[in-house]
Design a protein around this ligand. Structure first.
Ligand SMILES: Cc1ncc(COP(=O)(O)O)c(C=O)c1O
Length: 423
């Protein structure tokens, strides 16, 4: 694989999708946990990082480190070039019309809050409504609850059906002429459901509303094309797609971003400052106050290179195969209910499940003893998890380096835990 920290731009799918070779790129997969081989199945929370991404970080600090956009010296120019090249890579990855539409943030949560505090603060008023779905992460619920309370607006929900799919039969009455923004997850981090974004975009635009897509769980796993989706805003985090923590993306249509007020004030985001007043810089800098997260942006570029070399269609296909296998194996245990669509073709690589007799936290702790990392709890989607009359669920989630034998390890681990608890 190329040294992506130097800014190569590989074509899509130039590398064979060979899981053994992929695994060799991830140093952490050599670790033993409680004396066992690590089986990492908590990818929806955060992914592991390949050596190429780690190297991009160390390369930056060892060879380039300088502040961006304000220096005339070589290091500053190199840092600026690397930072902006990473933005260009992200823009290409999601098929943005121009790199200026890509704003670096801290994570998906900050991207969502940015839209709520700027676009929605300006455009949502008393008596308007905001529409979200019943399967949102807290990051895409709480900012809208707060905004609705501040503005005297109504927060409406599109329901999740018993089969885990989004209920759209009442779309035209929920999204109406007073709707200003529709904010929906592309893929549920609990149910794995893939939502019909293009349908939501059509209806939102029909009534003059904008559509915001929480793509935290989709951009890492499938080809996402912001133009094909016809979204207005789209948010994701680098740490779920092989990149570092502390950096995320807000993509928005240029004209919308251009019309929005800034989110934070300070250095870099201004055009001119007098003792009395200030004017704002061009996009994307208007939304990037202060010294940005330069190293992590560059490492995100390396993560995008890595995924691009594998090809997102191959990533998706690998996860679809694993998910179908895992659903079959987990359900064959007989004491387990899988939440969300039962047809693996309708979902992504996230399997949340409830065991008839073992509490998810007990299960998670017992599996950890066997080196298997899963998530347990409400998955930052308390209202949704509670709608199944439980307060917690176990969740296994997959990525490019997971294998069928790791699924077998999970299923055997659950079986072993059942044996322990039935003693
Ligand atoms: C669907 C979804 N939205 C938003 C988030 C929040 O992402 P972050 O914690 O990186 O801000 C997550 C994280 O799990 C998520 O799964």
């Amino acid at each position: 694989m190329s040294d992506s920290s130097r800014g190569s731009e590989p074509d899509s799918g130039t590398r064979k999708f060979d899981v053994d070779a992929i695994r060799a790129d991830f140093p952490i997969l050599q670790r033993k946990i409680n004396g066992q081989d690590l089986v990492y199945l908590d990818n929806a929370a955060t992914s592991q990082k390949p050596a190429q991404v780690i190297k991009a970080l160390t390369n930056y600090y060892e060879q380039t480190n300088a502040n961006v956009h304000r220096g005339v010296h070589t290091l500053s120019i190199e840092a600026t070039d690397g930072y902006e090249l990473a933005r260009t890579k992200v823009a290409k990855f999601i098929n943005a019309r121009r790199p200026e539409e890509v704003i670096w943030t801290r994570n998906t949560s900050e991207s969502l809050n940015l839209v709520a505090a700027t676009w929605a603060e300006t455009n949502v008023g008393d008596g308007d409504n905001i529409v979200i779905t019943a399967m949102e992460h807290h990051s895409n619920i709480v900012p809208w609850q707060q905004l609705a309370a501040r503005k005297g607006a109504e927060l409406r929900y599109l329901a999740a059906g018993d089969d885990g799919s989004l209920v759209v039969s009442n779309l035209n009455s929920i999204i109406d002429s007073r709707t200003k923004i529709v904010a929906a997850t592309h893929m549920s981090n609990v149910l794995g459901t893939i939502n019909p974004i293009a349908l939501l975009a059509d209806r939102a635009h029909e009534v003059g509303a904008v559509l915001l897509v929480d793509a935290a769980q989709s951009v890492p796993h499938m080809q996402v094309d912001v133009q094909a989706l016809d979204a207005d805003f789209l948010c994701f985090s680098a740490h779920k797609m092989l990149g570092p923590t502390g950096i995320g993306v807000l993509w928005g249509k240029y004209d919308l971003l251009e019309a929005m007020p800034p989110y934070m004030f300070g250095g870099d985001m201004i055009f001119e400052v007098t003792y009395e007043d200030a004017s704002w810089n061009d996009l994307p800098y208007k939304f990037e106050a202060g010294t940005p997260n330069i190293a992590d942006a560059i490492a995100t570029g390396a993560a995008v290179d890595y995924l691009t070399e594998l090809g997102m269609d191959n990533v998706w296909q690998h996860e679809q195969e694993l998910t179908a296998y895992a659903m079959e194996q987990v359900l064959s245990l007989g004491h387990v209910k899988v939440l969300g669509p039962q047809n693996p073709a309708l979902r992504g690589g996230v399997i949340s499940f409830i065991h008839d007799t073992i509490h998810p936290h007990d299960l998670g702790t017992a599996l950890d003893q066997q080196g298997i990392a899963i998530r347990t709890g409400h998955h930052c989607a308390m209202p949704l998890v509670r709608s199944f009359d439980v307060v917690a669920a176990a969740r296994a989630s997959f990525y490019i380096y997971n294998t069928k034998s790791e699924v077998d390890a999970l299923v055997n681990g659950i079986r072993e835990t059942e044996g322990y608890f039935s003693r």
